[in-house]
Design a protein around this ligand. Structure first.
Ligand code: UD1
Length: 417
């Protein structure tokens, strides 16, 4: 159990490179169990969730090695179809194994993921889709077992454009007989990256990144090399942190087109944002203006940046209204921000953030990944030294965040508790 100690008030300045996206790497690693041969995945971030996914792949019979940011998976000899419950409990994303194992081996057992601090997070769309593809799905004693002699292509319409369900069903459909059409599909860049990987392996997928995805099932996928897209949420968090500290940073290796709604909101708040190919530069001097925002599936404002953006808006001039429309309980960071002097009131899914001149340091605790990032943003701009506990949440999604921030001029120390 570690804590960050952040001395606030120092502007972030300098340049850094954004690493590969966790939310793209996880489904791609899961997809390697469908591949007959060796998959070489580049720019895989060093994060706890990735380590758990690699352990799961090993437990299923894959040979997995990591050298730096390259992960090599040989999935030729996958025989096991049960995802160990202790590993499943460590990471919700293990549910991604469902589509690939069902597609390749016709069978999968996973333990049912529970709710988490940001909401109930059911997987009913995943299960309904698997049933529509012809799988028999049994839920008993906390375990979900899906079986199918062959999956059969079909037409699936999601009630909500769920990222995970779109990815899981796209993977299962890649090895089904015939054509599957997924309507009201999620359009996140990570879905496009997964589809790009699968296509290189031999899958036939059209429309990834649009709301209608068409998959023609194939019988075999073969090993390829693939580089994961840069992490737009890490990039967004650093841009917000730079604006919050009245800093000036240049982020290299980004995909500005993945961050359109954030860049728009930063500009609306008075932040100077420049884009030059894969480099995004943010500079902020003077007063921030309040902005209203509503989270939505891509290309809307990402729910994963709602908390860090809220931290920024706590010191803006005027009142901002933030509506969380993706997860039902994603305001756990609000109490902690208020302990640091923020003025925020929440009514169900809407937060009213009245700008205060300055935040002041306080001992706070992260209770989820992106809420933790918001506390880091708040700590960077607060008066005095902020101590943030619950770092394991932040470490799930940000690779050595303290080292990155120190390189940009922040005073952040990691202390063992
Ligand atoms: C992914 C991301 C997460 C991000 C989220 C929304 C990964 C590993 N995680 O999570 O960082 O915050 O997208 O952009 O990629 N829902 C159901 N039933 C289902 C599935 C989802 O009701 O079967 C609901 C969820 O409870 C939530 C909404 O749909 O309210 C969106 O969830 P979803 O897009 O599935 O998020 P994840 O894939 O879990």
């Amino acid at each position: 159990m570690d804590a960050f100690e952040i001395r606030g008030g120092l502007p972030l300045r300098g340049e850094c490179r954004v690493y590969g996206a966790k939310n793209a790497a996880l489904p791609i690693l899961a997809a390697t169990v469908m591949v007959d041969g060796t998959s070489v995945i580049e720019d895989v971030p060093e994060l706890e969730d990735v380590r758990v996914m690699m352990d799961i792949l090993r437990s299923l019979g894959a040979h997995v090695t990591r050298e730096g940011n390259r992960v090599v998976v040989d999935g030729s000899h996958i025989v096991e179809t049960t995802v160990p419950s202790d590993l499943m409990r460590k990471m919700r994303s293990s549910v991604f194994l469902m589509g690939p194992l069902l597609g390749r081996l016709g069978e999968v057992s996973v333990s049912k993921p529970g709710g988490c601090v940001i909401g109930q997070r059911p997987i009913d769309y995943h299960l309904r889709g698997m049933r529509q593809l012809g799988a028999n799905v049994e839920e008993r004693h906390g375990t979900i077992r899906c079986t199918a002699n062959r999956l059969i292509g079909t037409s699936i319409t999601l009630d909500f454009p769920s990222v995970g369900a779109t990815e899981n069903l796209m993977m299962a459909a890649s090895m089904a007989d015939g054509v599957t059409v997924i309507e009201n599909a999620a359009r996140e860049p990570e879905i496009v990256d997964l589809a790009d990987f699968l296509r290189k392996c031999g899958a036939i997928i059209e429309g990834a990144g649009e709301d209608k995805i068409r998959v023609v099932g194939v019988h075999r996928l073969t090993g390829v090399e693939h580089t994961v897209i840069p992490d737009r949420i890490v990039a967004g968090t650093l841009l917000i942190a730079a604006a919050a500290t009245k800093g000036n940073i240049a982020l290299h290796h980004t995909r500005p087109e993945h961050l359109g709604s954030l860049l728009g909101k930063l500009r609306e708040a008075g932040v100077q944002v420049e884009v030059d190919h894969d480099i995004i530069t943010v500079e902020h001097v003077g007063q921030l203006h309040a902005v209203n925002l509503r989270t939505a599936p891509h290309p809307g404002f990402p729910t994963d940046l709602q908390a860090p953006m809220m931290a920024l808006l706590t010191v803006a001039n005027g009142a901002s209204i933030i509506r969380e429309d993706v997860f039902e309980a994603r305001f756990k960071h609000v109490n902690e921000l208020c302990r640091m002097g923020a003025d925020i009131t929440v009514d169900l899914r809407t937060a009213l953030v009245r700008g205060v001149g300055q935040l002041s340091s306080a001992p706070v605790e992260a209770s989820d990944l992106r809420g933790g990032a918001a506390l880091v943003v708040a700590g960077l701009m607060a008066d005095g030294t902020t101590r943030i506990e619950g770092l394991h949440h932040i470490d799930r999604g940000y690779q050595q965040l303290d080292a990155y921030l120190r390189d940009l001029g922040a005073e952040v120390a990691r202390r063992e508790l």
